[in-house]
Design a binder for this molecule. Structure first.
Ligand SMILES: Cc1ncc(COP(=O)(O)O)c(C=O)c1O
Length: 477
């Protein structure tokens, strides 16, 4: 009898061929090809298919029809937002994850994947110098990790205040004070709005010129917070890369008695792995919970994030794994790692496998070299731009990113010019920075996260940025 699984052979082989062609095009590919949504709908949409089609043809058509609408965000000159590429072994491992198609929240669902994720989690905690034995959950990204971390914080703070949130819900619960910097990321606010803590009463603490929270201000505010208090800080601000002062924040938490420190490390936590950079994150190991992303600076294929919680008992209790149906009693009784204890998903792919593959293929040395290289390249670009009259770098470049503004004159003119320069660069397609804002100024946000970016990309991109700036200015004369 013919092997029924032989039918996967041709479509997978075709996918391999197209994948390699796409990846090899990234060196020269325009970052964006600019197809309109209408053009894409015409290529991709149409009536619901009634009949079957050859899987190889499906893959060929898919590849052809999406091409003009792909953003080459995995390429070496994508400098916008916070998007990384993929380490080769991690991308290949991710394919294996799809082929194995294992469901990993329970050890019984995949003993092998559970042990791979357990190992990746332990290596990650060691690499980052965090507390041995911390719990690590693999999530879809930092947003889900933040959500998981803040639910853990909420339940633990309320439990210490004598309230069982899992059983009683939040009606009548003690109020939780929330203290956060005025630069806190939108995904923290989003999570607060979803977990019943609310946004209205968040106490915003000012930041310094580098968008770093001012610890003396936190101290003053927290001193007046009676009862459960959540402090949200960040390791790597999206617009400046700045790290909040974790040691000082951890001292404030300790003094308070019932406070919790959550650190959003989506952008910069990985810097803790580097001897050159880790002094900027001093005290990070004292945070109660930390979220980070695999798919940004750590160059995992989408999607991959992590939540790290110093006291595993708190996340295990908050994730409520003991409330599962009887059909899962056997599964939960296993003494081995049940990942459902460290995350929300009751079914998910083995996101820890590409992480494991990165550790195996690069080793600590290779990972640190990628991290240091990104910071050096961001600095190299900032230094080149700063030499040009009329280009202002707004922050000290301490990590993988910076914000810049273009032009002289009043703010309205500089804001408009900056936006025009960024849009010109995006339209030209050689590189892709994005727009953002910095203390009320419109900016170009420049972020280096991709493991393939090199000095040549930076030098040629610097020329393009300077040319775009000079061209836009000359149009105004
Ligand atoms: C500082 C910060 N925190 C959290 C997030 C959310 O990460 P994700 O998109 O992986 O959910 C982002 C995304 O850009 C971010 O920049």
């Amino acid at each position: 009898m013919k092997n029924r699984f032989a039918q996967y052979h041709s479509p997978l082989e075709q996918s391999l061929k197209h994948s390699i062609a796409y990846l090899e095009s990234l060196d020269d590919r325009e970052v964006i090809k600019g197809a309109t949504s209408q053009e894409l709908r015409e290529l991709i949409g149409g009536p619901l298919p009634l009949h079957s089609a050859d899987p190889v043809q499906v893959i060929d058509d898919l590849v052809k029809n999406v091409d003009k609408g792909l953003l080459a965000s995995g390429g070496p000159r994508f400098f916008g937002y916070a998007i990384g590429g993929s380490f080769p072994a991690s991308l290949a491992a991710d394919w294996m994850v799809s082929a194995w198609d294992q469901n990993v929240p329970y050890y019984v669902g995949s003993p092998a994947m559970s042990v791979v994720e357990e190992t990746a989690a332990e290596w990650m905690v060691e690499l980052l110098g965090l507390t041995k034995g911390s719990a690590v959950g693999f999530t879809s990204g930092a947003q889900e990790a933040i959500y998981t971390g803040l639910i853990t914080a909420r339940n633990t703070l309320l439990h210490r205040a004598g309230w069982d949130a899992a059983r009683k819900g939040l009606y009548g619960a003690p109020r939780i004070n929330v203290v956060a910097s005025d630069e806190i990321h939108s995904t923290i606010k989003r999570a607060l709005s979803m977990i019943g803590v609310g946004l209205e009463d968040v106490i915003k603490v000012p930041t310094d010129d580098n968008l770093r929270i001012i610890p003396e201000e936190v101290s003053k505010v927290v001193a007046s917070c009676k009862g459960p208090t959540l402090i949200c800080a960040q390791a790597g601000c999206i617009d400046s890369g700045a790290f909040d002062p974790f040691d000082e924040l951890a001292d404030i938490v300790e003094e308070h008695g019932n406070a919790w420190l959550h650190v959003d490390g989506a952008i910069g936590l990985w810097a803790a792995a580097s001897d050159k950079q880790k002094h900027r994150l001093k005290g990070i190991e004292r945070a109660d919970s930390i979220d980070t992303d695999g798919h940004k600076w750590f160059n995992m294929p989408y999607d991959c994030g992590m939540i790290i919680v110093k006291d595993p008992a708190t996340i295990i209790s908050a994730m409520g794994g003991n409330n599962m149906g009887d059909y899962l009693n056997d599964a939960m009784a296993k003494p081995d790692r049940n990942a459902i204890n460290f995350g929300i998903a009751a079914s998910r792919r083995a996101r820890g496998v590409p992480v494991y593959a990165a550790f195996k293929s690069l080793g600590k040395e290779g990972i640190v070299s990628h991290l240091d290289n990104s910071c050096d390249l961001a600095k190299r670009m900032a230094d080149k731009l700063a030499e040009v009259d009329g280009i202002t770098i707004l922050n000290d470049v301490v990590s993988n990113r910076f914000s810049a503004q273009f032009g002289h004159g009043d703010q309205a003119y500089r804001d408009d010019l900056t936006e025009r320069v960024v849009h010109r660069l995006q339209d030209e397609g050689y590189l892709y920075p994005s727009t953002s804002s910095y203390k009320g100024l419109k900016t170009m946000l420049f972020s280096v996260l991709n493991c393939h970016t090199d000095t040549n990309d930076i030098d040629l991109s610097a020329e393009k940025i300077i040319n775009a700036y000079l061209t836009e200015v000359s149009r105004d004369k």
